[in-house]
Write a new protein. Structure first.
Length: 587
RNA sequence: GGAGUCUUAGCUCAAUUGGUUAGAGCGCCGCCCUGUCACGGCGGAGGUUGCGGGUUCGAGCCCCGUAGACUCCGCCA
């Protein structure tokens, strides 16, 4: 037996007992005579004391210890002469009797405590980085979250079922990771972007309530919150309406936050339609921890002589503004950045008003009438010190520009710093399809199995694809999309209409989706579900800025695992077996 | 594919306007130290300033190129 206690366990009540501990040398204090070691395991720190007068050989051995050596020590628990209030075990120490050095550590690549090193160095030595308390804490919170998820869904009658990783490539959505088949040369599996089709087929299979903590793979560029492989809490149920999904997910998130953070979250979550979210916040995932709503000014400027605003309204666009309260002190450089940002998202420029010393400082207010100014003041509740930012353009552009500016201003004003608010909400009634100008065709906003709202099916039949709304919903936390789902199409006729609208030929439908269309002809139940981004959820709960901080072995932003140096070249023999030929020679 | 920021000792960072031998803390090595808890003291080793080129009497610093890291845009049903 390596140990009788862990390093966060012993207390004053244990004084006089004998104990055996094992762990890493966290800190060594060699005073020439007596030697102190802080021994660390995952549960905490315990001070070891080595006294030459009591045990000279072991004390001499202890002098040779360095940080991160792995040792096992047995001895007697004693009260400290002066206790350390900073440690739970600070009242006691272990007087070392015997010690075994289990393993010596070499020179460390970076300190276990103190400031974290460069991230690429941390990733290269990930197994070492994991000893840092922050990372081990994050992984244990992640465990609590998945445990709470499984317990909750189990209690609700859901069954966890694994679906294949070697799967089938489909053209919709993200780029697939491909795996060449050796047995059938010239063909490829794809790693699943999500278990979407399998979970729907499980519904056809009569499972009724399915979930999975599912690994998903997408071959797209990485971000702080995007890795090529990531995990979803994937849920699907039969004979359900959106209300039941909402209630289920709200209960699940309540269980998760109770288990991981010990907080009760408020349910049910507020809801906004997609249109309302865009109209008020300029995004489909609003961060409502601060107000700064987008205000519609069509009524104010309908008859304006200011060409920029009037022109937008006359061509059925929008004039909108946000009030960045108490931000009239914005620097010229910051305002230039905001202008560049507005232009990047399609605006022609950025009109603004700074309210300083009772005056409106702005290049455009000279075009406004007194009535327009009064209406503006009332609508935006303008006060001394405010900064007003305008967008006049097509509705979509005006909303998106102001939505982006709103977030940037909030960042500059640090509106959400140190906030512990948990703002959940549902966004519903997403558009079903959007026109892809590059591909000159209609694409599914969510995926091609998403059910249109019943009252909008006639719009699809009439070819008004852009107006049709989907029975789809996202759940948003503090401006981050943490999950999304929909009620699915379960009738082959309706599915065929969708494929037709999306321009998928009969032949392609059979080649790519034949199995699911056949399944729908054998009595598919109405069904729907949702997928939650586990990594993002854990990231938010841990207060981290990157999902790499909540994954044990993440990849860097070029998709490289710096620790194992994957991806890597392979043996030519392996390629021959797969009938794969390289067309790029690497230097 | 594009934009921005960054790269100096094992780690975190400094180095004035372009100016002597590129410094400090931690870590590492050696010696001393019997109640520390970020122990302390003395001494030592450790550098192609990412790489390549240029400007200059002189470049860590300025210019060009390049590699890498991170963030963002595109992309991510």
């Amino acid at each position: 037996m390596y140990r009788t206690h862990h390093c966060g366990q012993l207390r004053a009540s244990d004084v006089g007992a004998t104990a055996k501990l094992a762990g890493w040398v966290h800190m060594h204090r060699n005073l020439g005579g007596v030697v102190f070691i802080d021994l660390r395991d995952r549960e905490g720190l315990t001070q070891l004391v080595f006294r030459p007068e009591e045990n000279l050989p072991v004390t001499e051995l202890a002098r040779t210890l360095r940080q991160e050596d792995v040792i096992q020590v047995s001895g007697r628990v004693a009260a400290r002469i002066e206790s350390n209030p900073n440690l739970p075990t600070g009242g006691i120490e272990l007087v070392a009797g015997e010690m075994r050095i289990l393993n010596r550590a070499g020179v460390l690549p970076f300190p276990v405590d103190g400031d974290p090193a460069n991230e690429d160095l941390r990733l290269s030595y990930r197994y070492f980085d994991l000893r840092r308390p922050q990372l081990s804490r994050n992984l244990r919170i992640r465990h609590r979250i998945t445990k709470a998820t499984r317990d909750y869904l189990d209690a609700q009658g859901f069954v966890e079922i694994e679906t294949p990783i070697l799967s089938k490539s489909t053209p919709e959505g993200a780029r697939d990771f491909l795996v060449p088949s050796r047995i059938t040369p010239g063909t490829f599996y794809a790693l699943p972007q999500a278990p979407q089709q399998y979970k729907q087929l499980l519904m056809v299979g009569g499972i009724e309530k399915y979930f999975q903590i599912a690994k998903c793979f997408r071959d797209e560029d990485l971000r702080a919150d995007r890795q090529p492989e990531f995990t979803q809490i994937d849920i699907e149920a039969s004979f359900v309406v959106p209300e039941e999904i909402f209630t289920l997910v709200e209960g699940m998130l309540a269980a998760i936050f109770r288990a991981s953070r010990g907080v009760e979250i408020s349910t049910p979550f507020p809801r906004l339609t997609y249109h309302e979210a865009m109209e008020q916040f300029g995004t489909d995932k609003p961060d409502r921890r601060f107000a700064m709503h987008l205000v519609d000014l069509a009524g104010v400027f309908a008859g304006s002589s200011f060409k920029m605003f009037r022109g937008a309204l006359d061509s059925s666009g929008a004039v909108k503004a946000i009030n960045a309260r108490q931000f009239a002190g914005i620097t010229t450089g910051q305002l230039e950045d905001l202008t560049a940002m507005a232009k990047h998202y399609g605006a022609k420029g950025l009109a603004f008003i700074k309210v300083e010393d009772g005056e409106w400082k702005s290049p455009i207010t000279k075009f406004f009438t007194a009535e327009e100014k009064a209406a503006l003041t009332a609508k935006l509740q303008i006060e001394e010190g405010d900064l007003i930012l305008f967008a006049a353009d097509q509705w979509e552009i005006a909303c998106e520009v102001l939505g982006r500016l709103r977030l940037r201003v909030a960042e500059l004003q640090r509106l959400t710093e140190n906030s512990d608010t948990l703002d959940f909400l549902w966004v519903t009634e997403f558009p079903l399809m959007e026109f892809d100008t590059a591909g000159n065709k209609w694409n599914a906003v969510h995926h091609p199995f998403t059910r249109p709202k019943a009252e909008d099916v006639s719009l699809i039949e009439a070819g008004e694809f852009g107006k049709a709304r989907a029975e789809a919903y996202d759940v948003v936390l503090n401006g981050v999309e943490i999950g999304g789902g929909s009620i699915r199409i379960h009738e082959p006729e309706l599915q065929a209409k969708m494929f037709a609208a999306l321009g998928v030929s009969e032949k392609d439908q059979q080649a790519m989706f034949g199995h699911i269309l056949r399944a729908f002809r054998l009595g598919a139940p109405p069904h729907g579900g949702i997928a939650m981004g586990l990594d993002r959820l854990v990231m938010l709960i841990c207060g981290e800025q990157s999902i790499r901080e909540v994954m044990a072995f993440p990849k860097n932003n070029r998709g490289i695992d710096l620790m194992s140096q994957s991806p890597s070249e392979v043996n030519p023999q392996q390629l021959r077996e797969l009938r794969v030929e390289l067309i790029v020679d690497r230097d």
